[in-house]
Design a protein around this ligand. Structure first.
Ligand SMILES: *Cc1c(COP(=O)(O)O)cnc(C)c1O
Length: 385
């Protein structure tokens, strides 16, 4: 965090500690791969690996055997290229904006072609460069977000000149409801994908996100693209979750006090104490991913004891009721659990009225980050980086 301060001091004086368990991350990668029964899986590391630090996360996945990395933007791929082995493939899910093709081609990054215009631009770049360029072709199978419509897919397949110079590495699409195994839209999208894919014979499929992996072998294709499951999110609610938590968040106590009955707590005075109450103010707020929606409803934990949030979440702090703890338990600098064994990522997301993805990507940059990793140095493929 501060270049001129030792890591241990930086940790001690930080507002909180975000622990990202790199061994759990590698374990989750292997657990997902095992689910695919021979199919391969890449990793989605967009948005700074869901906020966890793509520069730290992607090399660990590479060491665990991952060779296919998906980001949203070309800029994200360009930043990751130098930290991955030369045999890693980087894919740009959002496709390229006009003018980005040369940069993408020169860096050896693979774009997803989401429209006929992007396909034409990429083919033109291949002709200019005088060499074949790889691409992934995406179909819109029912999400109306990105990708070719069925009609556009037919038009492209009918005129091979349109893709001259482009080698299709994968055909892809994205599931809108993969976290709802019973939703009939999943099977609908699968059927549309197969109809589109029949127009481009012998190109392998890339379809399943985290939830898709748990929908069964029909959805696996040749290459899966999990994100949230790698980071310890639950891919499908209700399903038994074979993945390990990756993230733990502990935040510092910065003040404790005892207030009488009738005291108002926080902005707007929205919490009024019923009786004498012991309070602690802790050093993270909505600027640090503690959603304001948690005002008067969320909680933090200490030693398994629930400490409810009293009043509104501020930008840099929240106040919690610590009356359930013996007096003197918490003091200046104590750490309380925000995400951990007593409150999972899904728990806090549920209380905040959102999803684990939004919690992770909102954690911000103010916490001290610990990236523990125990003896994985003998991991497969270590030598190829
Ligand atoms: C974000 C994203 C993924 C990863 O989804 P998870 O639900 O996090 O596994 C896969 N594919 C596309 C196109 C995405 O945008």
């Amino acid at each position: 965090m501060y270049d001129d301060v030792s890591p241990s001091l930086a940790r001690e004086i930080s507002c909180g500690v975000l622990t990202i368990d790199l061994d759990a991350l590698a374990r989750n990668y292997r657990a997902l791969r095992a689910r695919l029964e021979g199919g391969a899986t890449g990793a989605v590391v967009k948005a700074d690996a869901y906020g966890l630090g793509a520069q730290r996360v992607a090399p660990v996945l590479y060491d665990a055997g991952c060779r296919d990395f998906f980001v949203a933007h070309l800029g994200e791929a360009l930043k990751l290229r130098p930290v991955l082995g030369h045999d890693a493939r980087l894919f740009v899910l959002n496709g390229l904006l006009p003018g980005a093709e040369g940069l993408c081609a020169d860096a050896g990054i693979v774009p997803v072609l989401n429209s006929l215009e992007q396909a034409a631009n990429w083919a033109a770049t291949a002709r200019e460069r005088g060499r074949e360029l790889p691409a992934v072709l995406q179909f819109d199978t029912g999400m109306s977000r990105l990708g070719l419509s069925g009609g556009e897919a037919q038009a492209l397949a009918a005129d091979p000149a349109l893709l001259a110079g482009v080698r299709l590495a994968y055909l892809m699409s994205h599931l809108a409801c993969a976290d709802e195994p019973g939703n009939p839209q999943n099977a609908d999208q699968l059927a549309v994908l197969h109809r589109c894919a029949a127009l481009f014979p012998d190109v392998p499929l890339c379809f399943a996100n985290s939830g898709g992996i748990f929908l069964g072998a029909d959805y696996h294709g040749a290459l899966a693209r999990p994100g949230i499951a790698l980071y310890g999110g639950v891919p499908a609610p209700g399903a038994d979750n074979p993945l390990s938590p990756v993230v733990r968040l502990d935040v510092r106590v910065i003040q404790t006090r005892t207030v009488p009955a009738g005291a108002r707590v926080g902005y707007g005075g929205t919490h009024i104490t019923a009786g004498e109450t012991r309070l602690a103010t802790i050093a993270a707020g909505y600027a640090d991913g503690i959603f304001r929606h948690l005002s008067n409803r969320g909680a933090v934990y200490f030693g398994g004891v629930r400490l409810p949030i009293a009043g509104r979440v501020s930008m840099d702090s929240i106040t919690v009721d610590i009356s359930a703890l013996p007096p003197g338990t918490l003091r200046l600098g104590s750490l309380v659990e925000v995400i951990g064994p007593h409150q999972t990522l899904e728990d806090i997301a549920g209380a905040a009225g959102t999803i684990s993805y939004e919690i992770l990507t909102s954690l911000g940059r103010r916490y001290h980050r610990d990236y523990p990793r125990a003896g994985t140095a003998t991991e497969e493929n270590r030598g190829t980086a």
